[in-house]
Design a protein around this ligand. Sequence first.
Ligand code: BGC
Length: 544
Amino acid sequence: MFNLRPVTVFTSLRPFPNLFVFYFLIINTHKSTITMPTSLDLVGKESWRQRSELEKMADLPPELEKELDRLDNEFWVSRDKLKEIVKRFQEELEDGLRKHGQNISMNLSWVLSMPTGDEKGTFLALDLGGTNLRVCIVELHGKEGKEGKRHTLTQEQYKLDPKIKESTTEDLWNHVADTLQTFLSSKGLDKQYTPDSPMPLAFTFSYPALQDRIDHGKLVTWTKGFDISGVEGHDVAAQLRAKIEDRGLPIDLVCLANDTVGAMIASAYNDPATIIGAIFGTGCNAAYMEELSKSSIPKARLSDDDWKLAEKEALKMAINCEYGAFDNERRVLPVTKYDEQIDRESPRPGEQGFEKLSAGLYLGEIFRLILVDLVDRNLVFKDQDVSQLQKPYTLDTGFLSEIEDDETPRFEKTRALFKEKLGLEPRDEEIELSRRLAELIAVRGARLCACGIAAICLNSSLESGHVAADGSVANKHPKFKKRWAKALGEVLDWEDREKASHAQDNEGPIKLTSAEDGSGVGVAVIAAMTVERRERGNFIGLRR
Ligand code: BGC
């Protein structure tokens, strides 16, 4: 059975590479021709060793073996549990469409269709990310682009001073406006455009913002460790606009969009099979298109004329789910004491319940907290200086990816990483333990990430298409896509032989693809669609 890899065989064959290949072939041939299971749910009662994809490199002392059993129990999300989570997820998605103030806020974006792929124009795009501030000139060529290239992009990336994360609204927007000014003059755009004939600006704001219009966004709460005072409860577009005006910059902010909406639109600009835009990175979230009708989005407030227009043109609206806040009460999520500690010590306890278990910002921290717990109980790194390990957020998701990706003979890469980042020299058993920890944290994250997408697909009856994903976890973690796809298949009951085996390779009917550049190209396409909509006289969600 393909999930039950005989780890002991792999282990004992390690010194005999040829035999190893021979067995590998047998196992895999066997897998595809003889015992292909009809169900993806092969995960009932295995031990962590059976579940693990890792080759064993060292025996563990009984006390560590016991710890791993416990951790595996706490972190493993079975198929039944996945289904329970998805059911609750579906309800919370619906609640968010019905009423304001729910866990999952289902924010209206006022993006009213997918792009045609033929949008054109030149736009300035600004992306306020977690670590960088990016400014781009995006030229959209539409379907006539040379050699099928529908856009050209010129960009500068400016590192965000980490102090900004805990500063004030003045510091933040002065910094952003100064950066825009520097960019405009370095590219000669301040000579090309004037305040009377300004360059249209599209702004990617990757935090939960309530939008009354497409060029407006009231920040509900900071996420991803940001804690800048004076912004929550305010329209971030207006705050930025004021600074742009103070400086007399020749820019007009025409739209603001979440990174998930940007990812979906950028991807659909090139790939019409796109159904969802998702971010699996520092934070996690997704966007999709919902029918714009009173029954589908009961909380939407439109004038009678606008409802008529929406019905006549069968409009849809991109919804920024903000599902990182799923299950803030932690009714169904598999929360461990490490997750509780992360939440307690975060700037916003009780918020982003789902994100804190599954997003990149937290995976390395969960790993660190487990090690600290084991150190405190004198189970690992005895007699070593663990001061570096005691520092919160010293390990990022990249650390876990590199451990999982390490194929060097004696895991030299992992040893070097421990030395470099933590000043520790792990023994073989500590390496073995760390590899398994990295795996179980990442597997839980990937399986949970599949739940949000499964719930959207079930609620919207989406049975096939591309989920365009961006973010460090989706794109840099070597095994994320496969794990995510397998879990999705388990939830969506892709039980027949073909779909099940395709899900293993992320080739199922709903497939994870790498998103196009949402915060550059995506928002520029949204700006082009907005300008075009205005020209056509469709003012739904636009400033009149
Ligand atoms: C934010 C979302 C964003 C996601 C991915 C979350 O913390 O609330 O707005 O889409 O991170 O960047």
